[in-house]
Structures are given as structure tokens and as C-alpha cells.
Design a protein around this ligand. Structure first.
Ligand code: NAI
Ligand code: 15L
Length: 265
């Protein structure tokens, strides 16, 4: 790509992926509502609120791919989710429509299906079962992306990320973990594919205990290489396994299933 936009650049995943993005595009435009530090020679920095339609329209101009990581990433007050994840996503897709349909990787989440139990194995035909308002916002995002595909031909990958971090933090993440290397190779496959369409893809490494089946997306050629199993002994030594009736052991979305609806001020 000539110019890749990465939103959410100041967040956990954005910071982890930032340097790697240089191999995907000549110029990487970074954006977030928060401070992103100084730009490297191949970077452009644009600080803005995804909820600001004019700012997002300018942000997307000149980009031929978008890695959309920005937004509220856990359960929160609905007003915050509404601005960043619903209005923000609408603004992004409208800007993409106005600026030549750059391909979009939308960071969706396993919390779209968080109420499935951990003894169930599912594929992308399973009905959504969001485990909170955050999960609902990702269901909205997937539906919005799908509508822009059907109506305008806008291609997107709807990546239901499990837990993308350096290593799994608890026993549930032995199933949900995706390594940074595997995410990076997924990004490459998504932006290189001659034809993408609008697939839902599970963002998970090749974990022995994974719950999700990606066989429908084999045409993208993504072959995750990491396996969370190598962290099991370390986790066993570091913490007790949660009891069998804890949300962390019962639901695919883990503790998110127990989150309250956060009141507005
Ligand atoms: P994060 O919370 O660390 O980063 C999100 C970034 O979005 C933050 O830097 C924040 O300032 C920015 N942001 C929030 N509201 C904004 C607004 N109104 N305008 C502009 N920027 C705004 O989250 P993380 O872990 O980096 O995740 C990145 C994306 O991937 C999120 O969309 C999250 O929902 C999704 N995801 C991440 C998973 C993970 O394991 N890290 C798992 C599933 C989904
Ligand atoms: C998510 O959607 C969150 O953004 C992230 O912080 C993790 O908690 C992840 O899911 C998870 O389910 O482990």
C-alpha cells in the first residue's frame, strides 16, 4: 500500500503493531484521540475523535487501506461506546465511501459471541450472542460493514479478535490468545488478497484449545503459527484455575459476561 491508516495508535494493540506497519505501506498514518508521541520518517500523525465526522473525513483522504483499531475496547458507559464505536464507525465508513473505498480491517471482538459456553465449538454461522454493550457495538460494526459491502462494494475483514497481547494472562486466554506475529501475518493476507469480500475471521492463534473454526476463510491463505499451549505451565504456576462456575470458566467472553451496565453520570 502507499498509505495505510491505523486508528487506535495510542492503544495497547496500536502501540504493539506500530513499528510492524512499516512493512505494509510506504506511509503509515496514525490516529487516536490520545497522544501518539513523535512521528517516525515514514509516519504521519493525526490526533482526532472518531466521533467528529469532518475530522474523520479528512483523516481517511489519501489512504488505500485502514487498520481500524480505535474505539472503546471494554465495557463502558453507553455514551462513550456510542460516540467511538457506533458514530465513529459510521463516520469511518462514510469517509471510506467518499474516498475510493480503501479496504478496511475492522477490529471486531469475541465479545460479539461471548455468551457461548466454553464447551461449544462454533464457526461464523453461529448467531451473535454479545455479552455486553461493548459486544453489541461490535455486532453493530459488523452489520454496518456488511451493509456497506452489499450496497457499495466496500471490502472489509471483520476480525473477531480473541485476546491479542504478548502472552495469555489467564487460563481462558489459552483458547482466545492471538500472538502479535499471527496478527501481523493476518494483516498482510487481508491487504494482499486479490479479492477479500467481507468475511468474519476469528482472530486467534493455532491454539490447541481454540473454540473457533476459520475454515471458511482459508482462501485468504492465513496460517497462524503460534500456540498458547506453551504458556500453560507458566499460567498453572502463576495462578489458581478459576472454579468451574466462574464466568471466566463458563463463557467464551469470560468475565465480560458478568459486567454491569455502567450508569451515565
Ligand atoms: P485500547 O483501548 O488499548 O486502544 C483503543 C484506542 O482507541 C485507545 O488508544 C483510545 O484512545 C482510542 N479511542 C477511544 N475512543 C476514541 C475516539 N472517540 N476517537 C479516537 N480514538 C479513540 O484497545 P486495544 O486493546 O488496543 O484494542 C484495539 C482494538 O481491537 C479495539 O477496537 C478493541 O475493541 C479490539 N479488540 C482488541 C482485543 C485485544 O485483545 N487487544 C480483543 C478484541 C478486540
Ligand atoms: C476484547 O475485546 C478487549 O478489547 C480486550 O481488552 C480483551 O479483554 C479481549 O477482548 C478478551 O476477551 O480477552
Amino acid at each position: 500500500m502507499k498509505r495505510l491508516l491505523m486508528t487506535g495508535a495510542a492503544g495497547g494493540l496500536g502501540r504493539a503493531m506500530r513499528q510492524r506497519m512499516a512493512r505494509h505501506a510506504d506511509v503509515v498514518r496514525l490516529s487516536d484521540i490520545a497522544d501518539m508521541g513523535d512521528a517516525a520518517p515514514h509516519e504521519e500523525i493525526v490526533q482526532c475523535d472518531l466521533g467528529n465526522a469532518d475530522a474523520v473525513m479528512k483523516l481517511v483522504e489519501g489512504c488505500d487501506g485502514i487498520l481500524h483499531l480505535g474505539g472503546i475496547s471494554v465495557e463502558d458507559k453507553f455514551s462513550k461506546i456510542l460516540n467511538a464505536n457506533l458514530l465513529g464507525l459510521y463516520n469511518l465508513y462514510e469517509a471510506a465511501r467518499a474516498h475510493g473505498h480503501p479496504r478496511i480491517l475492522f477490529a471486531s471482538s469475541n465479545h460479539t459471541i461471548g455468551f457461548y459456553r466454553q464447551d461449544q465449538h462454533i464457526d461464523v454461522t453461529a448467531p451473535m450472542r454479545p455479552d455486553g454493550l461493548y459486544g453489541v457495538s461490535k455486532c453493530f460494526g459488523e452489520a454496518l460493514a456488511r451493509m456497506y459491502f452489499e450496497k457499495f462494494g466496500q471490502e472489509s475483514a471483520l476480525v473477531r479478535i480473541g485476546s491479542c497481547m504478548e502472552k495469555p494472562k489467564n487460563h481462558r486466554m489459552l483458547s482466545t490468545w492471538m500472538s502479535y506475529d499471527d496478527f501481523d501475518s493476518m494483516i498482510e493476507c487481508i491487504f494482499r488478497a486479490p479479492m477479500l469480500g467481507c468475511p468474519v475471521i476469528w482472530g486467534v492463534s493455532d491454539n490447541d484449545s481454540k473454540w473457533w473454526d476459520n475454515s471458511h476463510a482459508a482462501y485468504l491463505g492465513w496460517r497462524p503459527k503460534d500456540n498458547a499451549e506453551r504458556f500453560r505451565a507458566e499460567l498453572d504456576a502463576a495462578m489458581e484455575k478459576p472454579g468451574p462456575n466462574a464466568a471466566l470458566s463458563l463463557y467464551q467472553g469470560g468475565a465480560f459476561a458478568e459486567d454491569p451496565i455502567f450508569p451515565e453520570d
